[in-house]
Each structure stands twice: as structure tokens, then as C-alpha cells.
Design a protein around this ligand. Sequence first.
Ligand SMILES: [Zn+2]
Length: 322
Amino acid sequence: MGCRTRVASNVNGLDGSFNRGNVACVTLNLVQLAYQAEHDIDKFFELLQENMDDAKKLLLHRFYLLCKQGVFDDVYKKGYYLGAEKKDAYAMLKNGTLSIGFIGLWDAVSVLINEGIYSIDMMRKNFQLAYSIIQRMRDYTDQATKTECLNISLLASAAEGVTGNFAQYDSMHLGREFDVCKKGFYTNSFHVPVDLSVNYKDKIDMEGRFHHLCNGGSITYIELNEMPGINVEAVKEIVEYAYENDCNYIGINFPMDNCKTCGFIGRISDKCPCCKSVDISRLRRVSGYLSEEKSFTSGKHKELKQRKSHLYFNEWGDNRDD
Ligand SMILES: [Zn+2]
């Protein structure tokens, strides 16, 4: 689970995130289900149902195992979790969430319709199909919350490493060469494909419509080509636009390079512009937390190369979009 995890409603006690957390999560590979369905949308929904059943079973297995074998003496003593005063693992953990996440919504749609998603217009044309997939998952988790009396939520997406891992697994095991596998990564959750050129408003308009379905948490990020510098107004515009268009949580990404020799911070191509050093730390964020580019997995490297910016700044921090 990542920073986007949301803990809100509670069928077993007080709502809100105070002294509560996500107990367990799993991630469904929507792209693999789309391959298995072989362009048959009804078949895809059957497979989705089966996989949601399996995901729920797995979550319940983990939850009850933790209730039985977990050691929480310190949590009980310090009252870190809602219900800790009862000194009973089930009475306490039932206040947490169990989340089903998903990866590659638009890659899955692309496989189902047997066409690449090359433009925002194609996304608009296929929006109903994409939305119905997420709606179906949310209906399932709502129903499961009632039948299990546990907070089962829908998370977009649950785990960060799966963007590369799932694509790699599928390209090795499906036995066919698929375009989306060849990219080396799947696009996270309901995000606009990372290699699509769209401006930040179109990205927010599209993604904002999915946030309310993902009660276990979701994020929309906006990629800037440069550090925004002192251009506070441009950043404010992005935040306000996302707020007005139903994004529960947003991130703004931009590349930041740091010369380890003289401390210069900015965009550095090969050598530091001040001291000519090549000892450069390059901080980036791709489906997860800020990290040095050199420590990325191969899936994240491939994704980073294909990512397009949604708002362009020049080196002085002026934006030249609209
Ligand atoms: Zn330097």
C-alpha cells in the first residue's frame, strides 16, 4: 500500500483515519484478465468476478491469520489502534481496512477493444467501458463489506512495484507478444497512459471521474518537465483545478538533480554546470515515493523514459501552457 491509501468509513466503529490503518491489500492485474478474455467483454467481467472472489478470500485469510497469530501487546498497552483497550486482535483490527487494488485499467481496455489508446479522444470514446469495470469492482467491495462486516475497500492501486512486475510476468507466461507487454510496464490504476501527450486539465478531467469510486484511496499525479521554481501561481492552478474536478489526492512530479560535489540543484544533463562534476544524484517519482533514478527497477526505468509532461516550464520556472 502506498501514500494514497485512504481510511475513512468504518462499519465497526468510529469513522475517520485516527488510530486506524490498512490491514492488508492485494492487487488485481486487469490487463491479464483482458488477455484471457480474448476481446470478449462478458468473459472479462466473469473473470473479474472470479478474481474479486479470490482476492477477498486471500484478504480474509490474512486478516484472520493475523487475528489469531499476531502479537499486539505493545499496541494494546499504548492504545495505538482503535479498540486496543479490548486487548483482542479481532476487536481491534476489524476497525482497519482490507483493500482490493487494481492495475492497468486503460491497458486492459486497449486489449479488450483490440486497439491502442493513442489519444484523449479515444479514452473519451471508451470511457463507459472503463468506468463500468471500476464501478463493478466498487459494487463488489461494498457488498463484501456488508456480508463480512469488515471494511473492504477499493484501492487504486495497492502496490507500486507491480507496474513492472505484472507486465514482466505476463510477457513471460502468456506465450504471446502483446504491445502493452512490450512496453515493459502497465499504467497504474485508472491513470491516463503515461506515454500519452495530454495537458494537465484533460488528465484531471478524465481521472477525476474515477476517484470517488476508489474509497480505499487513489492519486492523480501531474508531471512537470522542470522544477516549477518560484512559479507558485502555476502550481496553485493545478491544485485548484484538481480540487474542483473531484481528485481526492494529487501529486506534482518534477525532476530534481543535485550535484554531490558543489551542491547545485536543478536540471543537470551530464555534467554540473557550476563545477563540471559528473557525480549527480537524480531524484524522480514514478508510482511510489521519491527515489534516486539509479535505484529504480527496470519497469520503472522504462516507464520514466516514456512519461510525458502535462505542463511545460522553461528553466526560469515560466509555464508556457495555455
Ligand atoms: Zn557541481
